[in-house]
Design a binder for this molecule. Structure first.
Ligand code: ARG
Length: 470
């Protein structure tokens, strides 16, 4: 007698227990219990309506599946052996409770369309949850940005000081990436909005199923269009994993900046005690563990994405058992996002910028040099000549150990005749090259000027409100 009860059986002596243990997915797909019960109820109701099973049988099935769903929600029904997966468990439990009526539920379906449906139902929630988490993260970053529209700091390229900027502008760059992440989840959710139920094993069913009805009953936009594709396709999982990986890549990158900025070497911000950790041996330590662990989670998500892609790359159509592995990757991704997104929002709320330290970083390093070159351009000097003149001025200032604004007329003249020819006097530069002035001039679309940042924060807040309302 086999230890596991299967919906199929090839031998009276059952499977080798080692194979049996290996094939069982119950411990993983038990998480799909509620989804499978809902899908089963929609299928049973449809079977009754189209006359594949008697109305009385269908209503008994729907009633019992509803009762099981309530039990599942209250935690009193949990899939257990002997069943090799959650689908088998439900049919076996229905048959135990209802007798012959339970045996009618599988007409016109297969575990292949069942599991494809369950994954779609699960993903629908996962997409929505990820979207909400991203909106919360954008909201937290916007709040910090809005308090720092005039917090001046250098922008960086190659991790070297580049041009004057603001903390708000830098944070809004993060928001731009997060807004795209939101869009990726939303786009993928739209594509995944198809119901595989009724595709059966691979080539559909000869029974007069009403696939439009089950799709509508389960809240899908439409039935899937090809039974072979619907049972073998896991693109929606890949898209979720790709969107989650891209999101976590961004969060990891932002966290890397938080780690740098909160180091003594940068000193641009602190992390409040609520989100920083100590050391078990070094009494003086404040560590950015939350940011580091978010960075680590990104690697874990990429692993799931690669697992999903690799498990499918050699599979012939239709269903192959390899696909059973999709769920461990998918569930782990959702758990990872569910833990990471709120922690990221908490971390952002715990950031304590130090505007004086950021401003001090603008006093050395010549972040204002491009502005001087552009001043020459504004006076009619070709850019490359203005660049060369400014480069010479930077060398002069560096050798005196001062900023460009502290140069004298004689220094400018020694650096290049272009300054005098363009009518630029040393006394003009103090006000012109101040960080506030440099930033204020960058008021074109996409620039860091405070007025632009305020507009962008307002746009993002409206975007969040509209997205939450959908
Ligand atoms: N446990 C299986 C999975 O998750 C369910 C589908 C089984 N189908 C089959 N033909 N063996 O993929």
């Amino acid at each position: 007698m086999p230890g596991v009860l299967r919906l199929w059986e090839t031998s009276p002596t059952g499977l080798d227990p080692r194979a049996e243990r290996f094939l069982s997915s119950l411990s993983v797909d038990a998480r799909l219990l509620e989804d499978d019960l809902e899908g089963s109820a929609a299928h049973a109701a449809m079977l009754g309506r189209v006359g594949v099973v008697p109305e009385g049988t269908a209503s008994a099935l729907v009633r019992e599946l509803g009762a099981m769903l309530a039990e599942a929600r209250s935690g009193t029904l949990a899939p257990a052996e002997p069943a090799e997966d959650v689908h088998s468990f439900i049919e076996q439990e229905l048959t135990r409770r209802l007798g012959d009526a339970g045996k009618a539920v599988h007409a016109g379906r297969s575990r292949n369309d069942q599991v494809a449906l369950d994954v779609r139902l699960y993903l629908r929630r996962a997409f929505a949850e990820a979207g909400r988490g991203v909106l919360d993260a954008i909201g937290a970053v916007c709040d910090l940005a809005s308090a720092n529209v005039e917090t001046y700091m250098p922008s960086y390229t190659h991790l070297r000081r580049a041009q004057p900027s603001t903390l708000a502008f830098h944070l809004l760059a993060w928001c731009a990436a997060l807004e795209r992440d939101y869009g990726r989840f939303a786009d993928a959710a739209r594509r995944a909005d198809e119901c595989p139920l009724g595709s059966a094993a691979v080539a559909g069913s000869g029974l007069p199923l009403d696939r439009e009805a089950t799709a509508a009953a389960l809240g899908f936009a439409r039935p899937s269009r090809n039974a072979m594709d619907a049972t073998a396709d896991r693109d929606a999982c890949v898209e979720y994993a790709a969107a989650a990986s891209t999101l976590l890549m961004h969060l990891s990158r932002f966290c890397e900046e938080i780690i740098l900025w909160s180091s003594a070497e940068f000193g641009f911000m602190g992390i409040a005690d609520e989100c920083s950790t100590g050391s078990s041996i070094m009494p003086q330590k404040r560590n950015p563990d939350v940011a580091e662990l978010i960075r680590g989670k990104a690697g874990r998500a990429f692993g799931s994405l690669v697992a999903l892609l690799t498990m499918q790359k050699g599979l012939p159509l239709g269903y192959d058992r390899d696909l059973q592995e999709d769920k461990a990757a998918l569930f782990d991704l959702r758990d990872t996002l569910a833990g990471t997104l709120p922690a990221f929002a908490a971390l952002v709320e715990a950031l304590r910028p130090k505007p004086e330290a950021m401003a001090a970083a603008l006093e050395t390093g010549f972040a204002e040099a491009t502005d001087l070159a552009e001043l020459l351009v504004a006076k009619g000097v070709p850019f490359r000549d203005g660049y060369a003149a400014t480069k010479a001025a930077v060398a002069a200032a560096a050798s005196k150990g001062v900023g460009l604004a502290a140069l004298a007329d004689a220094d400018l003249a020694a650096a290049s005749s272009a300054f005098a020819e363009a009518g630029i006097k040393a006394s003009d530069l103090e006000a012109y090259l101040r960080p506030e002035a440099c930033v204020a001039r960058r008021d074109g679309v996409g620039g860091p000027a405070p007025a632009r940042a305020i507009e962008e924060i307002a746009r993002l807040r409206a975007f969040i409100a509209a997205a939450v309302a959908t």
